[in-house]
Design a protein around this ligand. Sequence first.
Ligand SMILES: [Cu+2]
Length: 159
Amino acid sequence: LAIAAVALALVTPVALAQVTVSDAWVRATVPQQKATGAFMELRGAGTQSRLVEASSPVAGIVEIHEMAMDGNVMRMRAVTGVDVPAGKGVSLRPGGYHVMLMELKNPIQVGDKVPLTLVFEGANKQRQTVEVTATARPLSTPAAPAQKGGDAHGGAHKH
Ligand SMILES: [Cu+2]
């Protein structure tokens, strides 16, 4: 009976009640690099919610950033959050939204597992915390076509 209960718990559609996060990864760093980006796929819950906060033990400061073209220069800026519409997918990826890890305590090596805590806020202001593990991928990952203007997650990142 206990086993049946566990199995039932696994198939209960909790996923509908919360945002699901998949394919989380972090860009590996080179020595002296103090900031990098974390990327992932978000899948909206049954109702609209918003990624409002992120943290990680590997970084002193974690912000939610957006990259966008400013004239013909790609810039990034901190945003107050990322909306995740009900049931819709939102990508955090190079060239767009990302979780910015700053004041890195150590270089992030390819293959490292980086814990991230994401906080989502629902329409009712209720907060939901999602823990994910992001795997570090090489700096040169050709993950997006939007890498014009150099890699802003390298030494060029300024605040
Ligand atoms: Cu950034």
